[in-house]
Design a protein around this ligand. Structure first.
Ligand SMILES: Cc1ncc(COP(=O)(O)O)c(C=O)c1O
Length: 482
């Protein structure tokens, strides 16, 4: 039995809480406590184990970080749904093709038009379910900050943007391992604008941008709109962009920028290991190529630990870090930011010329929410929800889709990338699903060169009987094509 005396001294105590965590982990693995079940309260487990409450709190926190348990507000700790590796990972080749002009525009516009239709089941669009967002609290805060800042709230908030928000962002960057000051941030109207300003600051028409593949289609649209070429670099479903393929591509092509989503990218949900992020930054710095880092999903990892950002390894001011609150708090507020290093002045100027400023009130509301609204508590809850739902949806894909279908195991975010047997045509599937009142995102729009026709992306931010039924319907349609 572990007595209180053993708890004296830091070394002994760290040993002790790990020991307690191990015991609980074993009970979970052996099925004493099963998925979804409540585990003993901190108080009762401390009595059972004869250790202090603070030791059990530490042990439970440790298990939470490992993704084994989750805290539910005012209720206690529960065993989390484990992200089982339900199907083999999708296959990605390692070959790099030549830079290509992008022309995904029309197809994407058609898909986006359908995604906007509220009457359709939303398996296609990668937006959070508004019912899971803290809408009531945000709206109350919005009202309060408007009332308390009468004139300021209706005035321009010229670049670099709301100071209180930039202070909050600088404080939060520390959690991602990066020490930044408020004056290094420029507030933008969402992450996409941040990326667009970054591309405009570092590229000229005709230049080549190295990008991950597959990649979120709106980023391809940006590249197309700015008359740039895309050099597609294969991405591993778990570790992110292939550094060996990128190294080879840089040695054989003139590249003016590199655009990557290191944390929980869309559509893989992969998480680059920290050493890969560092190597990526160093590799690009050795060629003097700016890295545009898109971290829009960075707060949504399932393991409750905030991964680092590539910006933390930046020694030359060449990493341009972009993000927003569109996936976490309020896509409609259009509040994002960019930390642009060497390119800050250029980006501030481009922002002012493009649209003068980002709307003032949403910036104020988010600043107040970050300061006093319980953002971290909310994140803990929502990460658990997305972890559970991606796992449930992956299981549904396993059940309903054709034999040989593969789905990735995301580490964060809320989308799934599904590879169906060769021969299944995702555009045909898209049209058939639409006739059944369901939207999906066909794989081809995630590539500049027409790849991924037998892939689709599914949104797991929503989960209900109706959604499961929709997954079954799409699976049935895919089966009919095999
Ligand atoms: C990777 C990625 N970047 C950017 C965006 C858009 O962000 P925002 O709405 O903040 O412009 C999305 C939305 O789906 C996304 O998945």
């Amino acid at each position: 039995m572990m007595g209180e005396k053993a708890e004296r001294g830091v070394t002994v105590e760290s040993f002790l809480y790990e020991n307690i965590a191990d015991r609980m982990a074993r009970l979970i693995r052996k099925g004493t406590y099963r998925t979804g079940e409540k585990i003993p309260s901190v108080r009762s487990f401390s009595k059972q184990m004869d250790v202090s409450i603070s030791t059990v709190v530490k042990a439970y926190y440790h298990l939470e970080n490992q993704g084994l348990i989750e805290a539910r507000p005012q209720s206690g700790y529960y065993v989390r749904h484990q992200l089982s590796r339900v199907l083999p990972e999708p296959d990605v080749g390692l070959s790099v093709s030549a830079p290509t002009h992008v022309s995904v525009g029309e197809l994407v516009m058609m898909v986006m038009r359908d995604m906007r239709n509220p009457g359709l089941v939303p398996l296609g669009v990668a937006t959070p379910n508004p019912e899971n967002l803290p809408a009531d609290k945000l709206n109350r805060i919005l009202f309060k900050v408007a009332r308390c800042n009468n004139f300021q709230a209706i005035s321009y908030e010229f670049p670099p943007g709301n100071e209180r928000l930039r202070v909050q962002l600088a404080q939060r960057a520390l959690r991602a391992g990066c020490s930044l000051t408020p004056d290094q941030f420029v507030i933008t109207s969402g992450c996409l604008e941040a990326v667009m300003l970054s591309l405009r600051a570092v590229c000229r028409p005709g230049d080549t941008v190295a990008i991950e593949t597959p990649i979120f289609y709106s980023l391809l649209q940006l590249i197309e709109m700015l008359d740039l070429k895309a050099l597609e670099i294969p991405t591993h479903p778990i570790n992110g962009i292939s550094l060996s393929a990128l190294r080879y591509a840089l040695e054989n092509n003139p590249v003016q920028a590199c655009l990557v989503i290191p944390n929980f990218n869309n559509p893989f949900g992969s998480r680059m290991p920290e050493e890969n992020k560092q190597e990526l930054v160093m590799l690009l710095a050795s060629h003097n190529i700016p890295l545009i880092e898109n971290d829009v999903y960075g707060d949504l990892g399932f393991l409750n630990d905030r991964p680092g950002i590539a910006k933390r390894y930046d020694k030359k001011g060449l990493v341009i870090h972009c993000s927003s609150f569109s996936k976490t708090l309020a896509p409609g507020y259009r509040v994002g930011w960019v930390v642009a290093g060497q390119f800050q002045e250029a980006i501030e100027r481009l922002k002012a010329v493009s649209n003068i400023a980002t709307a003032t009130l949403p910036q104020m509301a988010i600043a107040e929410f970050l300061a006093n609204g319980g953002y971290d508590q909310y994140l803990r809850k929502i990460r658990g929800v997305y972890g559970r739902q991606t796992s449930l949806m992956a299981k549904a894909v396993e059940k309903y889709f054709p034999k040989g279908t593969r789905v990735n195991t995301p580490s964060g975010g809320f989308v799934l990338w599904v590879e169906m047997p060769v021969g299944v045509d995702s555009i045909q599937l898209y049209e058939e699903a639409l006739r059944c009142g369901i939207t999906i995102a066909p794989g081809t729009i995630f590539s500049a060169s027409g790849k991924y026709n037998n892939f689709i992306r599914l949104n797991a931010a929503y989960w209900s009987k109706r959604i499961e039924q929709a997954v079954a319907t799409v699976g049935g349609l895919a089966n009919a094509q095999v």
